[in-house]
Design a protein around this ligand. Structure first.
Ligand SMILES: Cc1cc2nc3c(=O)[nH]c(=O)nc-3n(C[C@H](O)[C@H](O)[C@H](O)COP(=O)(O)OP(=O)(O)OC[C@H]3O[C@@H](n4cnc5c(N)ncnc54)[C@H](O)[C@@H]3O)c2cc1C
Length: 459
């Protein structure tokens, strides 16, 4: 074992969530070491971005490069619900309702996108070590996380830090050990996909296509370029195992799904479909996203079904929130608990909203207007149309204000203040001192931000 290094923050995993938090903390002047077990560029699924990511990409200085290197994404084209007509939603409608200058998102090759993000983190001052696999979490006697052990260049290394960030994706290095995870049984799916080098675009050629398949499941079409289309299907694990009984292959099911589609089948020749890839697509949420000395972001914290392409947006938004919470805790260690709780609360709310909406949307027998109205209700949008509510919800644009304005040291919940006050009063009464006066007569109208406190997502 080589000598122990010491940094402010160690990040396990150099995917989008890890490189975002590494970049932002380094930019704020903290010493950051990102440990990534692979050598980039490495393959990854998750290619269609949503426009709610645009402000973060601007903060990271990446908008121009994304615009040059990747395919623009204007919105989503759907064939979904009781009404058989295809329909679409344009991202720019969500942005214009907020007066924003952004208009679009991107479809990316994740190998290239993730490498760009990691390189950018290094430009902003983080150190990134690739082919460096974290093998052990270090904890003190009280259980607080104090660093990690990792393997690099055939040797074990130890690094101690004030914080360790679990951004290890589905590997869930810390959350697997330190949290209880709720697996969402109704979202236990499998995805099978491939790439074709020639396709017929749909009418809105920059859109992702999402199409329900009769009998369950759905297909996607993601235009990665004018010639390359990512195309795949998602079925429940149960349905897929039934469909592949009797020696039927994933390819047989793939062709069957395409044939059952109305729009996807017009895009490609099934015979042109190359090597198939497959991944477990099983939604899960950890019961906590933080603890003493650690936080979790991205898939390591929670993963919600890819139906709305929300994974990278959720992961990078959580990283943005966590960077501010860790920054506050590094500046004033006494505020660690409060800052991390606030991060956890808001981040959980983002997952909870998407999870609830995915569940509602998964029922393909509703009317289009019902899908839209529910999105508007979840976001408590009273002034916009349900059409804008829908696109704001699924693009992440509706949550931008909360994410951008997040202040881990902001005004405390009135209820928390009152509870603390009652505890202090009880303690002083027990100690024989006179009763303290409760601040402000707090009726329900005084509940303030605490009134909307998030429920546990995993419930
Ligand atoms: C079928 C499918 C389709 C999807 N489609 C979309 C989509 O269209 N759009 C979208 O936004 N999202 C999509 N997603 C979700 C998306 O892929 C993830 O949400 C996203 O990649 C999460 O980013 P992350 O940084 O948390 O994790 P990752 O991108 O997985 O990065 C984690 C990194 O940690 C590294 N690592 C793991 N363990 C260790 C260790 N011990 N030591 C060091 N490094 C380690 C890994 O090598 C990896 O590079 C999809 C997911 C699935 C399954």
């Amino acid at each position: 074992m080589s000598r122990t290094e010491n940094v402010d923050v160690v990040v396990v995993g150099g995917g989008p969530a890890g490189s975002t938090i590494g970049a932002l903390l380094a930019k704020a002047g903290h010493s950051v070491l990102i440990l990534e077990r692979e050598r980039f560029p490495r393959y990854h699924i998750g290619e269609s971005m949503v426009s709610g990511m645009a402000p973060l990409m601007e903060e990271l200085g990446l908008i121009e490069e994304l615009d040059v290197r990747f395919q623009h994404k204007s919105g989503i084209s759907l064939r979904w619900g009781r009404d058989p007509e295809p329909w679409r939603s344009d991202f720019s409608a969500a942005f214009s309702s907020t007066g924003s200058h952004f208009t679009h998102a991107w479809h990316v090759r994740r190998g290239e996108f993730d490498e760009l993000m990691l390189d950018n983190a290094q430009k902003l001052g983080a150190e990134a070590r690739q082919e460096a696999q974290v093998t052990e979490i270090l904890r003190d006697d009280a259980g607080a996380v104090t660093g990690v052990v990792y393997k690099h260049g055939g040797e074990s290394h130890r690094v101690s830090s004030r914080f360790v960030v679990d951004a290890s994706g589905q590997n869930r290095l810390l959350t697997r050990e330190l949290t209880q995870t709720t697996w969402q049984e109704d979202l236990r799916n499998v995805a099978v996909w491939s790439y074709v080098d020639s396709y017929h675009p749909i009418e809105y050629k920059d859109d992702i296509l999402v199409e329900a398949i009769q009998g369950g499941g759905w297909v996607w079409g993601i235009p990665l370029s004018e010639t390359t289309l990512s195309v795949g299907y998602v079925l429940s694990a149960e349905k897929l195992s039934e469909a592949t009984r009797g020696g039927r292959s994933h390819r047989d099911v793939f062709i069957e799904c395409l044939e059952a589609s109305h729009v996807a089948k017009t895009m490609i020749d099934p015979a042109a479909v190359g090597e198939l890839r497959t991944a477990r697509d099983w939604s899960h949420v950890s019961d906590t996203f933080h603890g003493p000395g650690w936080v979790a972001v991205g898939d390591a914290a929670a993963f919600i079904d890819p139906l709305f392409s929300s994974g990278v947006w959720l992961g990078t938004s959580g990283a943005w929130l966590a960077a501010r919470a860790i920054g506050a805790a590094l500046e004033d260690p006494e505020q660690e608990q409060r800052a991390l709780e606030r991060f956890d609360e808001l981040y959980r709310q983002l997952f909870k909203d998407i999870l609830g909406y995915v569940r509602f949307f998964m029922d393909p027998t509703r009317l289009r207007e019902e899908y839209m109205e529910r999105a508007q209700e979840i976001q408590k949008m009273v002034t916009s149309s349900s059409r804008v509510g829908f696109i704001s919800m699924i693009s992440g644009v509706g949550a931008i204000a909360d994410v951008v304005n997040f202040d881990p040291m902001g005004v405390e919940d009135v209820e928390d203040v009152l509870q603390e006050w009652d505890e202090q009063t009880a303690a002083s009464a027990a100690g024989g001192e006179g009763a303290a006066e409760r601040p402000g007569a707090a009726g329900p109208e005084a509940a303030g931000p605490g009134a909307g406190r998030a429920e546990a997502v995993g419930a």
